[in-house]
Design a protein around this ligand. Structure first.
Ligand SMILES: NC(=O)c1ccc[n+]([C@@H]2O[C@H](COP(=O)([O-])OP(=O)(O)OC[C@H]3O[C@@H](n4cnc5c(N)ncnc54)[C@H](OP(=O)(O)O)[C@@H]3O)[C@@H](O)[C@H]2O)c1
Length: 240
């Protein structure tokens, strides 16, 4: 039995992480910024024999992160796995072109919003939960990245802010891996593949169960030697 926190667990890959972890007998704190509206997650929690607890968390809000960390500390004495899953493709209420379009269309605030949610928030959440990760002795942090965060592969146009944010997240992975090695915490960036969620869209070739099953298999096999790497859902190494 592992003690696991999943952020952004009310839909998409986060909900699927929570489902599969609960089914495996793990204890899960599943966070969402709107618990009252999280019908699927609340249903999972109510049928989980107490193994799934829902905690409110807007990962981009430092006060929220501190409050959620306190609640998680009341639930768990130590944390074995943190899945920094919450993420956005575009800034809420903004047209896609202002964060993903041509240079002339890009705007500061939407781009900063992507950086805040996709890169700064995982830093804050990991910072707040680092003592609980240390208490586990051997723990894992999974940062949900993307192939679009690969500098080596960014040869085309588009997805500017999203790619910037995931590249920044990848850099965070490298620094956290180095810093947290001393407390036994393994940190990886992981690409789920192109998955049919609200973000991935209906034409994506992978369904959430297959992607998440693959990522959890990769997590099971992680060793300290693989900390600070960028892996896909099959365990293959991606270029930075
Ligand atoms: N699907 C893909 O093809 C794909 C590919 C590569 C990487 N990824 C990455 O995988 C992760 C999950 O993606 P997904 O496909 O499951 O996306 P999704 O279906 O759009 O779900 C995103 C989740 O993140 C949550 N979220 C967004 N902003 C948040 C905030 N400020 N605080 C807390 N939660 C927040 C959303 O909550 P609300 O419901 O409250 O908005 C939702 O639960 C993301 O990091 C994404 O970048 C996905």
């Amino acid at each position: 039995m592992r003690r696991v926190v999943v952020t952004g667990a009310n839909r998409g890959l986060g909900l699927e992480f929570a489902r599969q972890l609960v089914a495996s007998g793990d204890e899960v704190v599943a966070t969402t910024r709107s618990p009252k509206a999280a019908d699927d997650l609340n249903k999972l929690a109510s049928t989980s024999d107490g193994r799934c607890t829902v905690v409110r968390l807007d990962v981009a809000d430092p006060a929220d992160v501190a409050a959620a960390a306190r609640q998680i500390g009341e639930r768990f004495e130590a944390l074995d796995v943190l899945v920094n899953n919450a993420g956005i493709w575009r800034a809420a209420g903004e047209p896609e072109r202002v964060s993903a379009g041509a240079l002339a269309d890009l705007r500061a605030e939407p781009v900063l919003e992507l950086l805040r949610v996709n890169a700064v928030a995982p830093m804050l959440v990991t910072q707040a939960l680092a003592p609980l990760l240390a208490a586990a002795g051997k723990a894992v942090v999974v940062n949900l990245s993307s192939g679009l965060g690969s500098l080596a592969r960014a040869t085309g146009r588009g997805n500017v802010a999203y790619g910037m944010s995931k590249a920044a997240l990848n850099m965070l992975t490298r620094h956290l891996a180095a810093e947290l090695a001393g407390q036994g915490t393994v940190v990886v960036s992981m690409s789920p593949g192109w998955v049919a969620t609200d973000m991935g869209g209906a034409s994506a070739p992978l369904e959430p169960p297959e992607s998440v099953r693959g990522m959890l298999n990769v997590v099971d096999a992680l060793t300290p030697a693989r900390s600070g790497t960028f892996l896909d859902h099959t365990g293959a190494t991606l270029p930075w």
